[in-house]
Design a protein around this ligand. Structure first.
Ligand code: 5GP
Ligand code: ZN
Length: 137
């Protein structure tokens, strides 16, 4: 299903011109309009899923296979030194376009970004860690 109000539905399905670097029946992969580094690309499913929670399981199983193939191909083509694969869900986690997408971010020595994507490190007690483990398992 497509969402008429979704810009990534329109881009993924060719209704808005874009710089596509790969296309198949399920996905369009485009250059990010505001790239973190040279070659930053986005894997877009052609169908509309707002985020990972909505994502169809068959598409989910295909998306990382595609990410691996493209990371390998892009690394050879661009001569980058490393690679981040990033996927944000919901505003609190940095998502700004609410059509599932996976970021492919080639990394270069001295590309001006922090080597590691930043997060804080919590200091939790053993009891807190055990409680989290029990909640999740
Ligand atoms: P998010 O923050 O949701 O994980 O990532 C959204 C990404 O989409 C951003 O990196 C942003 O630069 C990119 N973006 C937003 N609008 C457009 C657009 O119209 N065209 C392209 N090619 N990229 C877009
Ligand atoms: Zn959409």
């Amino acid at each position: 299903m497509k969402d008429d109000n979704c810009i990534f539905c329109k881009i993924a399905n060719g209704q808005i011109p874009t710089r596509s670097i790969y296309e198949d029946k399920d996905f369009n992969v485009i250059l990010d309009a505001s790239p973190a580094t040279k070659g930053h690309a986005l894997i877009l499913p052609k169908e509309h899923y707002a985020d990972v929670y909505e994502l169809d399981e068959t598409i989910a199983s295909k998306v990382f296979v595609l990410a691996k193939k493209l990371a390998t191909k892009m690394t050879k083509a661009l001569g980058c030194d490393g690679f981040n694969i990033v996927q944000n869900n919901k505003e609190v986690a940095g998502q700004t376009v609410f059509h599932f997408h996976m970021h492919l971010i080639p990394r270069y020595t001295d590309d001006g970004n922090n080597e590691k994507l930043c997060w804080n490190h919590l200091e939790l007690t053993d009891e807190q860690m055990d409680e989290i483990k029990n909640t999740l398992s």
